[in-house]
Design a binder for this molecule. Structure first.
Ligand code: AMP
Length: 452
């Protein structure tokens, strides 16, 4: 499969010059090599510059950070604070430290020719340096909710002068249980402010939260041409759990897997797989929330620099990973929700490039697959498992009880079963399956009685 590098020119013929952006920003964007705005930037920037609230539905990798950062930087730059000490005038909330750091880096990139000060605040590290930076005065705070609240409660930070509030990846914020913290922060924000709210998915819970935060928002949704579904080549390998490790090794031994993020369900599994890969000479790093911030950042940097080409990650840790040219996503474990699938595959195909996503689906996980297909409205291609002979892999010493069965799955059989269940997938998932099973049981019982 061909891997196309990211930072492609977008098909639309729009120009940043037509979006009312001022010279210092146009210069910074041109230096970054952005020749035209992405669809979310095209739609969001003019509305945000008008001062309106925005409810944006955009996945990661669509360029939404620039979409909200540029208008805020431009507006703050236009009205420099009259006070000598700068109090924060914009706050951007992100669900993870990595994403917060990433947004702060983007502010540095896009705002390099203006004097708008910004800083990033997140937990898991000592608060001292963050407090020190805050005490010098900043215009924009990028933060994860918990640490921000902590510092506010200790009196190190005030949100009295906030004019712009961004909530990024709201769906993930809810998934991670940050709703209470977000609500507490919203409560202390000035009522008169502009709010930009972004989420990759819009379940009811997110819409409910948006309703309490936004005022007559303009809705912005990126066009389907840039959704991962269309730009990412996605496939599924139906595989028994005990064969997954060998399948991963088989894939990673192939040279086309240049830069890969492998997703696992648990931290423990991420560690274990990473160790096993190392044992057979494949350099990997595991990244998850049990690792210190320093270790996570070190692994990320090594991945960004290309020192390591494979990162084994859990869902939470992978948020905010913005690495040029991730060529492949491998879902070693199926994601627990269809929304997670969208988030995971969004790590590849960033900013208009294309990418490849491969998911290992255990035969018992068919329902998970149907739900994903239902969400993305797209049927994933089922491909045959093809395993290397374990005896040919130096350092591969799985104990025999766990020895992979080299027998391939009958894809057609899976497909047939899938056809049956996909009818059910249009109803209500598990509960429908249960109803279906109950109905079947009743039919069987009736038949039995009739035959007696
Ligand atoms: P985001 O969705 O904000 O995480 O952006 C994903 C990646 O797209 C970032 O690494 C940006 O550097 C890149 N990017 C954002 N806007 C553009 C653009 N207009 N042209 C090319 N690359 C872009």
């Amino acid at each position: 499969m061909i891997f196309i590098p990211r930072k492609l020119n977008f098909l639309k013929n729009d120009r940043f010059e037509n979006l009312n952006l001022k010279a210092p920003f146009l210069k910074a964007l041109s230096e970054e090599g952005y020749s035209s705005p992405t669809p979310i930037q095209n739609e969001t920037i003019p509305i945000a510059l008008q001062g309106l609230d925005i409810l944006g539905m955009a996945q990661t990798g669509t360029g939404k950070t620039a979409a909200f950062s540029l208008p805020i930087l431009q507006k703050l730059n236009a009205i420099q604070s009259p006070d000598k000490f700068r109090e924060p005038r914009a706050v951007i909330l992100a669900p993870t430290r990595e994403l917060a750091i990433q947004i702060n880096d983007s502010l540095r990139t896009y705002g390099k020719y203006v004097a708008v000060k910004h800083t990033v605040i997140f937990g898991g590290v000592k608060q001292g340096p963050q407090v020190k930076l805050l005490s010098k005065g900043v215009d924009i705070i990028v933060a994860t909710p918990g640490r921000l609240l902590d510092l506010i409660n200790q009196g190190f930070c005030s949100l009295n002068k906030i004019q712009f509030f961004v909530l990024d990846e709201a769906d993930r914020m809810l998934d991670m249980g940050f709703i209470r913290d977000v609500q507490k922060i919203v409560k202390i924000l000035p009522v008169k402010r502009q709010t930009l709210f972004f989420s990759a998915t819009m379940p009811d819970s997110v819409i409910k939260l948006a309703d309490t935060i936004l005022k007559s928002p303009k809705k912005v949704k990126v066009k389907s041409t840039l959704t991962p579904v269309e730009r990412i080549s996605q496939s599924v390998i139906v595989i028994e759990p005990q064969n997954k490790l060998l399948q991963l090794i088989t894939l990673l031994k192939d040279k086309v897997f240049e830069s890969v993020i492998v997703f696992t369900k648990t931290k423990h599994k991420a560690n274990r797989i990473s160790q096993k890969m190392k044992a057979i000479g494949i350099e990997t790093e595991a990244i998850h929330s049990n690792k210190s911030q320093a270790a996570r950042q070190k692994a990320l940097n090594a991945f960004k620099n290309g020192d390591i080409t494979i990162l084994i990650a859990t869902d939470i840790a992978a948020r905010g990973i913005d690495v040029e040219a991730v060529s492949h996503i491998v879902n070693f474990d199926m994601p627990s929700t269809p929304e997670d699938y969208v988030h995971r595959i969004g790590r590849t195909a960033r900013a208009g490039a294309s990418g490849i996503a491969i998911s290992f689906c255990e035969p018992s996980e068919r329902l998970k697959l149907f739900r994903i297909e239902k969400l993305i409205n797209f049927k994933l291609e089922v491909v045959k498992s093809n395993l290397l002979n374990p005896d040919d892999i130096l350092g591969y010493n799985e104990d025999t009880s766990n020895k992979p069965k080299v027998k391939n799955h009958d894809v057609n059989q899976f497909e047939n079963k899938k056809y049956k269940s996909s009818k059910l997938a249009t109803t209500k998932g598990k509960s429908a399956l249960r109803r279906y099973a109950k109905k079947n049981k009743l039919v069987q019982q009736k038949k039995k009685i009739k035959n007696k």
